[in-house]
Design a protein around this ligand. Structure first.
Ligand SMILES: Cc1ncc(COP(=O)(O)O)c(C=O)c1O
Length: 367
């Protein structure tokens, strides 16, 4: 099978273990086990666990998303949910609309399915909202799938609800499925139009997980919500790749689901505490344009005067001990994605070093 490798993931896996102030991640720290009351029973390898995942978790998600259990497919993270969604919907030769800048997994999945990616721009000057006219022009008889992230990775921009509804309706008319990866959506303040788009149409698939907002990547607990016919096809795929879903992870996830609002508030608190530190620093840098995110733990910024930031990220890592993600990994040379989840002193120190590294790289460019 031929496909374009997912270069960001390769890079991110290496960065996790590098030394330095870690400002490369987009997810929350893991909660301490005590915070979720894990108990010896949770580790029972004989635990009864339905092979499509723990029915308690399916029920919990069906209630949360106001749908039937038949619409819920439990997966190993949203990554696997996205893989199932692509595989269930696409045929070789189809076209897939993917956002730009965007999360590289979608390009890899498109090429893996033997399909062609077409890019829909999410522009800085539009607050990273896609343009409805452009979206409609990309819909043709080959366009089988359109994929969005909400919140948008890398900018964390929220997809305006009316625009999303219009795009879903236009896609439905064209026979196109819309996949919305909502793994960052719970970064929003509760009640701030933080509702899922599942239910906006019968051509909608939503994916998410306990990874980003809840810090529980290690549980590999994700889900897809899909119309029953597509969900059933995803279960066919689960039969091929997941003989069983780990009961240990399902037990722990059940505890986490029971505590989601508490965990969500902790993550939101971190954004509210640290974003002002980033905003303050940005005021001191007239050569940086940054998007103000409605939530999350990363800032997407353009460094004026640098056409590419790969070198800057390398200098930051090797000489300044700070790990960030270069815009190149999101098809955006000249940008940086900078995380701000650490303690305030470390965030301030990391930002100060980023400033010095930018000055350093620019002065070498001139010289
Ligand atoms: C948009 C998006 N979806 C999915 C993932 C992976 O999440 P999971 O751990 O749930 O597979 C990421 C990770 O960076 C992401 O940015």
């Amino acid at each position: 099978m031929d496909f374009e490798p997912f270069s960001y993931m390769r890079h991110a896996k290496r960065l996790e273990y590098a030394d330095g102030i870690y400002m490369a991640g987009s997810g929350m720290y893991p909660p301490k086990p005590g915070e979720l009351n894990f108990s010896a029973d949770d580790y029972d390898l004989d635990a009864l666990c339905n092979s499509y995942g723990d029915p308690r978790n399916v029920d919990w998600l069906a209630t949360r998303y106001k749908c039937s259990g038949q619409n819920v497919v439990l997966t190993a993270g949203s990554s696997e949910a996205n893989f199932f969604a692509f595989s269930a919907v696409l045929q070789p030769g189809d076209k897939v609309i993917i956002e730009m800048p965007g999360y590289g997994q979608f390009n890899s999945l498109t090429t893996l399915a033997g399909c062609r990616p077409v890019q829909l721009k999410r522009r800085f000057e539009n607050g990273f909202a896609p343009d409805l006219g452009e979206f409609k022009r990309l819909l043709d008889d080959k366009t089988r799938l359109a994929v969005f992230t909400d919140l948008h990775n890398p900018s964390m921009a929220k997809l305006p609800r009316d625009l999303l509804k219009d795009m879903i309706a236009a896609a439905a008319k064209n026979g196109t499925t819309v996949l919305v990866d909502e793994v960052y959506l719970d970064h929003l303040k509760i009640g701030a139009e933080d509702d899922t788009c599942f239910g906006y149409g019968d051509n909608v698939i939503v994916t998410s997980s306990l990874t980003k907002v809840y810090g529980l990547s290690a549980l590999r607990f994700g889900w897809a919500l899909a119309p029953a016919r597509i969900a059933s096809r995803m279960c066919d795929l689960a039969d091929v790749v997941d003989p069983e879903i780990s009961p240990v992870c399902q037990n722990m996830a059940a505890k986490a689901l029971g505590n989601l609002s508490r965990l969500r508030a902790i993550t939101r608190g971190l954004h509210e505490r640290n974003w002002p530190i980033v905003a303050e620093w940005l005021k001191t840098r007239t050569d940086i344009e940054a998007f103000t995110p409605p939530g999350g733990l990363v800032c997407w910024m353009r460094v004026k005067g640098l056409e590419e930031t790969g070198n800057l990220a390398t200098v930051l890592r090797n000489e300044y001990g700070v790990l960030v993600v270069a815009g190149e990994y999101f098809q955006s040379p000249g940008f940086l994605r900078v995380g701000y989840k650490s303690n305030p002193a470390e965030v301030r120190e990391g930002l100060a070093r980023i400033g010095r590294a930018i000055d350093d790289v620019k002065s070498h460019k001139k010289g």
